[in-house]
Each structure stands twice: as C-alpha cells, then as structure tokens.
Design a protein around this ligand. Structure first.
Ligand SMILES: *Cc1c(COP(=O)(O)O)cnc(C)c1O
Length: 225
C-alpha cells in the first residue's frame, strides 16, 4: 500500500509521541477523503469543532471512528450530538454542563466530557478561569450530574512565539488538573485526561504532562475557512 502525504505525516507524528500520549487528528474544515487517508494508517480519533460538520462526516465514515468535539458548543445544539461523541473536550460553562447532563439523561446515554480552562492571554474567550473551575469542584456540584462523566481538563496556550509564556500557560493548566485529580476528598473516578497541545506547541505540552494532543494543521495542512 502506498501511503499518502497525510498518512505519512500522521505516521511520523505518532512515532514521536511518548508512550501514553494519545492523538486527536483535528479534521475540522477538511473533507472526509482526508479523514480516510488518516484512517487507513490506523488513526481512529478525530476532532471536529462544528456540530453540523461532525454529523455530516459521521454519516458517511466508518462507525469505529471516535469523534471528539473540540469547539464552542451552543446549548441549542447539544441535543443533536448526544450519543455521537466519544468525548466533548470543550465544556466551558456550568450551564452547558447542565444541558449536556439533562440531554444525556433524556437520550439514555452517558456523555464523557473535559472541562475547558481559560489561561491564554487573548485567543479565545471560552473556558473556566482556574479559580472558577477549582471552585466548581470544591462546591461538589458535579455530584448532581446524572449522565455526564467528567474525565479531565482541556486547555490552550497563548498563541505566541514566546516559548516561556506557552510553557507557563501549560503549567497552569496542568496544575489545576493535578489539584483536582489529587484531591481524594472529591472522590472522582476516571479523571485522568489532560488535553493540551496543538500543531505548533504539542512537544511543550507533552513535556508539561499532556496525555492527549489535538493536532490539525501538521497532519492535514492549512485549513480553508
Ligand atoms: C483547531 C483546533 C486545534 C488544532 O489546531 P492546529 O494548530 O491546526 O493543530 C486544536 N484544538 C482546538 C480546540 C482547535 O480548535
């Protein structure tokens, strides 16, 4: 079998990943054909940021693909993706979490999620501030969730060439994750996923403890918006 450029890039990338670090191939804005090229070299985990796009691709692609939702999720779209994701990485408000829980229960599924942290200077306005997320756990509100499993934390670093700044951001995200994870009084189970690192900064993220990276451009090339 001859490998395509996408196949080659993904194979190379996976060789560079340390044991225990998983890869989400971020396929947003790329066609199903590109996803199949990655699928053919064994990639099964893909990331999408828009509900309609995820649903459309899911209809035509193999059923054993695990779909990660990584974009800002509007509450009015939640119902449409219940049972269709293996992980929603971008829960950015308590309100969204409550919606997901309500709709999961209604659909008879358990939805796995990550809580999105906001530490980067400017890029995105989405996510919990570190103190806010810590307070959410301290308040034990998560105990009321009926059909949602919080599996960890997702975050992005500032979009800058300043490596020290990027490292600081990842360190902050990892610290919040560890604080929650190590608080045995919370009684969390399966809180074990730290998603950070993209095409330009994933090696730094991994060196700061990430065990799930989300890489698009480096695999699929530039996106046409
Ligand atoms: C688009 C996106 C990525 C992938 O970014 P690349 O720089 O193309 O690797 C990762 N994470 C999130 C949340 C994204 O929206």
């Amino acid at each position: 079998m001859t490998m395509t450029a996408i196949g080659e890039r993904i194979t190379e990338l996976r060789k560079e990943l340390p044991e225990g670090v998983e890869l989400v191939a971020v396929s947003k804005f790329h066609p199903s054909e590109a996803i199949m090229e990655a699928y053919e070299v064994g990639q099964r985990r893909f990331g999408e940021s828009r509900v309609q796009e995820l649903l459309a691709k899911q209809q035509t692609l193999p059923a054993d693909i695990e779909w990660h939702f990584i974009g800002h999720l509007q509450t009015n779209k939640v119902r449409q993706i219940m049972g269709r994701t293996s992980l929603i990485e971008s829960v950015d408000t308590e309100k969204l979490l409550e919606y997901i829980d309500k709709e999961s229960e209604r659909a008879g599924v358990v939805t796995r999620v990550l809580m999105q942290l906001h530490v980067a200077r400017e890029e995105t306005k989405f996510g919990f501030y570190p103190e806010e997320l810590l307070e959410y756990f301290r308040s034990r509100k998560f105990e009321h969730l009926k059909a949602t499993h919080i599996c960890g934390v997702m975050g992005m670093a500032s979009n800058t060439d300043d490596e020290e700044r990027v490292r600081e951001d990842f360190r902050k995200i990892a610290e919040v994750y560890q604080t929650i994870r190590e608080d045995s009084s919370l009684g969390l189970t399966g809180f074990d996923t730290l998603s950070m690192g993209m095409s330009g900064d994933w090696p730094l993220a991994v060196s700061e403890g990430s065990n799930l990276i989300r890489v698009g451009t480096r695999i699929f090339g530039a996106r046409q918006y």
